[in-house]
Design a protein around this ligand. Structure first.
Ligand SMILES: Cc1cc2nc3c(=O)[nH]c(=O)nc-3n(C[C@H](O)[C@H](O)[C@H](O)COP(=O)(O)OP(=O)(O)OC[C@H]3O[C@@H](n4cnc5c(N)ncnc54)[C@H](O)[C@@H]3O)c2cc1C
Ligand SMILES: Cc1cc2nc3c(=O)[nH]c(=O)nc-3n(C[C@H](O)[C@H](O)[C@H](O)COP(=O)(O)O)c2cc1C
Length: 575
């Protein structure tokens, strides 16, 4: 039916699309066919005449901590532009709060962090809308909430923002869309609805039926959980170190779908001795079956496997105060301390309280293995035992202690959290990896992968810790990589081996000229490890090097780094 030329064009087009795009186009074309009247006028996906859409303006704002919302909103702004809609993109951290009343269309992409909290940079905006009663009757809005269904407070920030705008009298033009870690398809579908609304309100054309695109493709049963067995668990720090960092290898019977740069999510169990103490403090029968909003199980199992008993949120402690009718100051603490300091009067009070406890949240760990180097049925992680002081005693983080205590052959469940951006570039590109402490994890994976696949690009690794003798994580492997040339350079900073502290950023400064040469020649820069202060100090140093070696002003250096980030050549995996 099509002429040869048109058929060839069609084939060329088809080849350039992904499977998901083809599925969408399939639905789109069926809609056009279904809606094409006898006059043959075509309609768009939104049911309008296929003429360029208005030059309507919308505000698209994002609130992000690890960059997903920013990348997504940036992509959506481009999609809008292609459809003739001018999307003004803003980071909520920079957003002028007084502009809210001037907005007409306001679309928010925002993630949830911590324990149901807003991303740190968006906190000012979040607090502003939480604490002020605004009147926004002319505002049309919708919220896209990024989150992770494994967390107890799934998409809480998005929900809060959505609810506040409703309270301000704004008109929700598209329902709140909550997304799990595989957010792309849901986000695109949400934005199509957004654009449809914007177009509907701007073109004079009558409203045509909306073409139904193919349903969003979802993995059956949501996130995939793997059942693993601990194959190896060793402390990488030598005797005398201030730290304990575990190298943990987890094996599975099935292929684990992951790549270097991904993280895995693990939900830890609570310590049995702590649970026993809670049982004895409350006098509850450990075998009594209780029902929470998520699960029904005997008290002992509920307290070890399901509910969070560590560092309770102050909102949870308020509920305890109400149930036990006690005056408790605004604070956070472990359940065992709460029961010790403010005891329950009877087991009924405790039963009531257990029902409001939240599920245990997962913790993420960067993979330190590569399927190409270590096999597809294994994943490795590098876990620092988290230490802190509470109630005047040395305590340890729940998950890192749980993982460190896991003996070989014990069972563990995990899921893979894909990171599409913290990824090795093409094999011929050079990479600069800055990863002190557990920041080494993704780079052990990167370097092993580059070695196993014979990648031609050069590799430069900056590592730092306290002492060379006790804390050089993966020392033998890294030295081998340096000897065999897989690592073109390795620079080490052991902060406490000399009177003055030396950190990775000091080593970077020493090598500033060569480092800039690498960057200017196209190298990709990766930072991994603690966000504060490490990643911020490293970024400051990078800017200084770009300014100094690149003969740029401070502003030009910032622009240069921003461009690297935009090009995907500057990526962070920090926490
Ligand atoms: C993308 C990403 C990648 C990561 N990769 C790695 C990695 O490769 N390796 C790694 O080791 N970690 C990594 N992490 C960090 C990891 O996810 C955990 O945050 C870390 O292991 C601490 O978890 P925890 O359960 O041991 O500590 P938690 O129990 O969650 O405690 C954390 C902190 O809460 C406070 N706290 C807890 N209880 C109390 C209390 N009773 N009183 C007062 N304060 C308290 C303390 O400050 C404590 O340090 C990564 C995080 C992210 C987001
Ligand atoms: C430490 C941490 C805590 C998180 N807490 C929550 C949470 O409470 N609720 C939720 O739905 N998602 C939670 N998430 C998942 C993030 O919202 C999700 O990864 C999102 O894609 C991040 O988007 P951003 O990069 O724009 O910040 C958490 C992620 C991390 C790393």
């Amino acid at each position: 039916m099509l002429g040869e030329g048109k058929l060839k064009q069609l084939h060329q087009l088809i080849e350039s699309y992904s499977h998901e795009e083809l599925v969408w186009i399939n639905g789109y074309l069926s809609g056009i066919v279904a809606n094409r009247g006898t006059n043959g006028n075509a309609v768009t996906a939104n049911g309008h005449d296929a003429k360029p859409v208005s030059n309507k303006k919308i505000s698209l704002v994002f609130g992000t901590e690890t960059g997903n919302s920013k990348r997504l909103a940036t992509h959506l702004a481009t999609v809008a532009k292609k459809k003739g809609v001018n999307a003004k993109l803003s980071d909520l951290s920079q957003y002028r709060l007084t502009d809210l009343t001037k907005e007409e269309y306001f679309f928010v992409v925002i993630s949830t962090q911590g324990e149901g909290e807003p991303p740190i940079p968006s906190k000012k905006f979040y607090d502003h809308i939480q604490t002020n009663d605004l009147s926004l009757p002319n505002l049309k809005y919708s919220v896209l909430a990024l989150g992770d269904t494994s967390y107890p407070m799934f998409c809480k920030t998005g929900e809060d923002v959505d609810a506040r705008f409703e309270k301000f009298g704004a008109k929700r033009v598209v329902p709140l869309q909550k997304c799990d870690i595989d957010y792309e398809d849901d986000a695109e579908a949400w934005f199509e609805k957004v654009l449809a609304v914007v177009e509907d309100q701007t073109t004079a054309a009558p409203i045509h039926p909306v073409v139904t695109a193919a349903p969003v493709t979802k993995k059956a049963g949501g996130k995939k959980y793997y059942n693993g067995t601990i194959l190896t668990n060793i402390n990488l720090n030598d005797r005398g170190s201030n730290k304990q960092t575990y190298h943990i290898e987890i094996g599975t019977d099935e292929v684990i779908e992951y790549e270097p740069g991904d993280t895995i999510g693990i939900v830890p169990a609570n310590r049995q001795d702590v649970v026993n103490r809670i049982i004895s403090l409350t006098g509850i029968d450990p075998l009594l079956s209780l029902q929470t909003s998520k699960v029904t199980a005997p008290v002992n199992e509920l307290l070890t496997q399901h509910v969070n008993i560590c560092y309770l949120l102050s909102s949870t402690i308020k509920k305890y105060a109400a149930i036990t009718k006690q005056d408790i100051p605004d604070t956070r603490m472990d359940l065992v301390d709460l029961l010790r300091i403010y005891p329950v009067q009877n087991t009924e009070q405790f039963i009531e309280f257990v029902k409001v406890l939240m599920p245990i949240a997962p913790r993420l760990y960067s993979v330190s293995s590569s399927p190409a180097a270590h096999g597809e049925n294994e994943v490795h992680i590098t876990v620092a035992k988290n230490q802190f002081l509470a109630e005047d005693e040395q305590r340890f983080g729940l998950c890192s202690e749980f993982l460190g205590d896991q003996p070989v052959n014990s069972k563990i469940t995990f899921y893979v959290h894909k990171d599409k951006h913290f990824k090795l570039p093409a094999t011929d590109k050079d990479v600069i990896m800055i990863g002190p402490g557990t920041g080494v994890a993704p780079f052990r994976s990167f370097i092993a992968h580059r070695d196993a696949t014979g990648a031609a690009g050069k590799n430069w690794f900056f590592f730092g810790e306290q002492y060379f003798a006790t804390d050089f994580l993966y020392q033998t492997e890294m030295q081998n990589y340096a000897e065999t040339g897989v690592l073109t350079h390795i620079d080490l900073a052991f902060s406490r081996d000399q009177p003055q502290k030396i950190y990775v950023q000091d080593r970077m400064k020493e090598k500033g000229a060569v480092l800039f040469e690498w960057i200017n020649n196209g190298a990709y820069i990766f930072i991994s490890g603690t966000k504060d202060p490490m990643s911020k100090d490293v970024e400051r140093t990078l800017l200084q090097i770009i300014e100094q070696e690149g003969k740029k002003t401070e502003e030009e250096a910032k622009q240069y780094l921003a461009q690297l980030e935009k090009d995907g050549r500057y990526e962070k995996d920090v926490y």
